[in-house]
Design a protein. Structure first.
Length: 219
């Protein structure tokens, strides 16, 4: 599992939090005692939240946020930024709550979205919709778009790896906060483009194609 920003402690907290939302009576060893009392009712309220503002008043979203902020990030710059703006973590809560199945496979959400259906056919997310997802710029719009992508993954019965998804969501927000010269060579959008196109082609993606997509987004 190749995480860019979340630490091992973050990974454990994200999975424990997601598990706690699935069943109030869960006795899973992965469930943290700090999350006692969370359950499907909290999950339903998070799913109904239509905006970041609505997520702010949800206990479950705040618990995820507190747990993530209480651990050190892999990036010191991320650590400093999160201390002043935790809204992306509310987005993580709102999007992860919509995931019906933790794929736990180390793949990104869009890797699943680029997979052709069983027996051959079109992928769960069309290329046009995928390109629109990459062009989103505002956090509120990204929240909505990411939840729609999760809904497609749920319909395809592939779910999503909740830890990889959480890492990608904070990467999206953090990398847009950074100055262009400071961004990593392989941004989240670049990696998502690789993941989306690779399963369709059955081989490593041509990096020049993805570079053109990335450049087009910034234009």
């Amino acid at each position: 599992m190749n995480l860019r920003y979340l630490s091992d402690a973050h990974e454990r907290w994200v999975r424990s939090w997601w598990i706690a939302l699935q069943d109030k009576d869960s006795t899973s060893a992965l469930r943290s005692p700090e999350l006692t009392g969370l359950g499907r009712g909290d999950r339903a309220r998070l799913r109904r939240a239509a905006s970041i503002e609505e997520l702010e008043i949800e206990r479950a979203a705040q618990l995820l946020t507190f747990g993530l902020l209480g651990e050190s990030w892999r990036s010191f710059n991320m650590q400093q930024w999160m201390a002043t703006d935790a809204k992306p973590l509310l987005v993580v809560a709102g999007v992860l709550a919509a995931v019906k199945q933790d794929a736990h496979d180390g793949h990104s959400l869009v890797w699943h979205m680029g997979q052709s259906t069983v027996g051959g056919g079109t992928p769960p997310m069309s290329e046009l919709r995928f390109r629109r997802l990459l062009k989103v710029r505002r956090l509120e719009e990204f929240f909505t778009a990411a939840r729609r992508a999760v809904a497609l993954a749920n319909s395809a019965r592939g779910g999503a790896d909740v830890v990889i998804l959480a890492d990608d969501l904070v990467a999206w927000a953090f990398e847009r906060h950074m100055r262009e010269a400071e961004r990593p060579a392989q941004t989240m959008s670049f990696r998502w483009a690789q993941d989306y196109y690779r399963p369709q082609k059955g081989k490593d993606v041509d990096l020049t194609v993805n570079s053109k997509i990335e450049e087009g987004e910034r234009a």
